[in-house]
Design a protein around this ligand. Structure first.
Ligand SMILES: Nc1ncnc2c1ncn2[C@@H]1O[C@H](COP(=O)(O)OP(=O)(O)OP(=O)(O)O)[C@@H](O)[C@H]1O
Ligand SMILES: O=C(O)C1=C[C@@H](O)[C@@H](O)[C@H](O)C1
Ligand SMILES: [Mg+2]
Length: 174
């Protein structure tokens, strides 16, 4: 698998968790756009949003997407990467896009257990559960639209990795 693999989906669907394991299974590199921004700017998502607003963060994450894209790489994106049409087009053209789909209830319980507010500042000012319902309703069509494959992410990470590998029809090393 030399094309980059992009993992998309809502906060808590497991893009980072599954991405690490998938890259290991494929013998690929792994990169996470949120982590890339954290290390390259030395600012958390909350810091960037406080200084530059969500608009500034979205601009930076679009640039990060371009910077981290490379052959033989599994790329965990931020939950809102799909909002920009240019990002959706770029991912579809450059690689294989996998949507890790899980219901709002499951996402909310994972996020409530490990909120990581620095990296996941509120998007709406609502509770975790209300927010994820609202955000999923607004973005579900975008996740489906950009995806080459949709994988059920409401199960243990190892099973999700197997399902992604099956969708890719390959377990070859990079
Ligand atoms: N398949 C899973 N089963 C149970 N817990 C999971 C699963 N995937 C992830 N988690 C847990 O849910 C939380 C969020 O996972 P993770 O950070 O991988 O999500 P994400 O999609 O990368 O979110 P974000 O968009 O905020 O970066 C973590 O605490 C992680 O351990
Ligand atoms: O869903 C979102 O809009 C976000 C998800 C996280 O991965 C981060 O990219 C950031 O907190 C925004
Ligand atoms: Mg993540």
């Amino acid at each position: 698998m030399t094309q980059p693999i992009y993992l998309v989906g809502a906060r808590g669907c497991g893009k980072t968790t599954v991405g690490v394991a998938l890259a290991q299974a494929l013998g690929c590199n792994f990169v996470d756009t949120d982590h890339y921004l954290l290390t390259s700017t030395k600012m958390s998502v909350a810091d960037i949003v406080a200084q530059e607003g969500w608009e500034g963060f979205r601009r930076r994450e679009s640039a990060a997407l371009q910077s981290v894209t490379a052959p033989g790489t599994v790329i965990a994106t931020g939950g809102g990467m799909v909002l920009a049409q240019s990002n959706r087009q770029f991912m579809r053209e450059q690689g294989v896009v996998i949507y890790l789909r899980a219901p709002a209830q499951i996402l909310a319980s994972r996020l409530a257990a490990f909120p990581e507010e620095g990296q996941r500042p509120t998007l709406t000012g609502r509770s975790i559960t209300d927010e994820i319902v609202e955000v999923l309703a607004a973005r579900e069509a975008l996740y489906n639209q950009v995806a080459h494959h949709v994988v059920d992410a409401a199960r243990p990470p190892a099973e999700i990795v197997e399902a992604v590998l099956a969708a890719l029809h390959t377990a070859r090393a990079c």
